[in-house]
Design a protein around this ligand. Structure first.
Ligand code: AMP
Length: 210
């Protein structure tokens, strides 16, 4: 299964991807997580990406296309994958198509901007493995510690309210047009965000016919 999760920043793509990748035994690929690791390690890609990410802007398409095509060529992607946060522009989607990478399903998680803003304030992310938590909705077993790897949980700089506003604007302008792009390919499924993480997972599985 080759699946894309679309949706605004904070829509719950990362959380749902973690659940779905266990269900289907395929990896989740998050360009945001790959870039955060690159920044932490001070790699050339990280150096290119940092200022854009700090400002809530998109990292240039050429950087992303390189990162994602390299990652999809790794052996663990042979049986499928879930993409979280990529593609984010029409140019990225076209580049994937041009590289012969096509998708079985594209799920768009629908949620209002207001709900996103309220939600982002409570998000916490593992500095080590990138797993995502929420202080109220998805708390870790021990405060500040990742359940999966024991890494330290912290707030992302780009979850600050002004940066969230900027990221929402970028989402509506650059990423939302992907819904029409994939609708025209006959693979788009829209799923309304539900009151709980589990209910949203069930809605996604239902949309996927599982
Ligand atoms: P995310 O973790 O998916 O919310 O991504 C965090 C930030 O990383 C974004 O605000 C962008 O600056 C950058 N980023 C991640 N994925 C992409 C992408 N596919 N295209 C451009 N920028 C990206």
């Amino acid at each position: 299964m080759r699946l894309i999760l679309l949706g605004a920043p904070g829509a719950g793509k990362g959380t749902q991807a973690e659940i779905l990748c266990k269900e289907f035994s395929i990896p989740t690929i998050s360009t945001g997580n790959i870039l955060r690791v690159a920044i932490k390690n001070g790699t050339p890609t990280g150096l290119k990406a940092k200022s854009f990410m700090d400002a809530g802007k998109l990292v240039p398409d050429d950087v992303i296309i390189g990162v994602i095509t390299d990652r999809l060529a790794e052996s663990d992607c042979a049986n499928g994958y879930i993409l979280d946060g990529v593609p984010r522009t029409i140019a990225q989607a076209e580049a994937l198509e041009k590289a012969g990478i096509n998708f079985d399903d594209v799920v768009s998680i629908e949620i209002s901007d207001q709900e996103i803003k309220e939600r982002m304030a409570g998000r916490r992310v593992c500095e080590h493995c990138g797993a995502s938590y929420h202080v109220v909705a998805v708390p870790p077993k021990n405060e500040g510690v990742c359940d999966k790897c024991g890494g330290k949980l912290s707030r992302r700089h780009d979850d600050d309210p002004e940066v969230v506003q900027q990221r929402l604007e970028v989402y509506h302008k650059e990423t939302e047009p992907l819904k029409d792009f994939y609708k025209s390919r006959g693979v788009l499924k829209s799923v309304e965000n539900q009151p709980t993480v589990t209910a949203t997972s069930q809605a996604i599985l239902h949309a996927l016919g599982r």
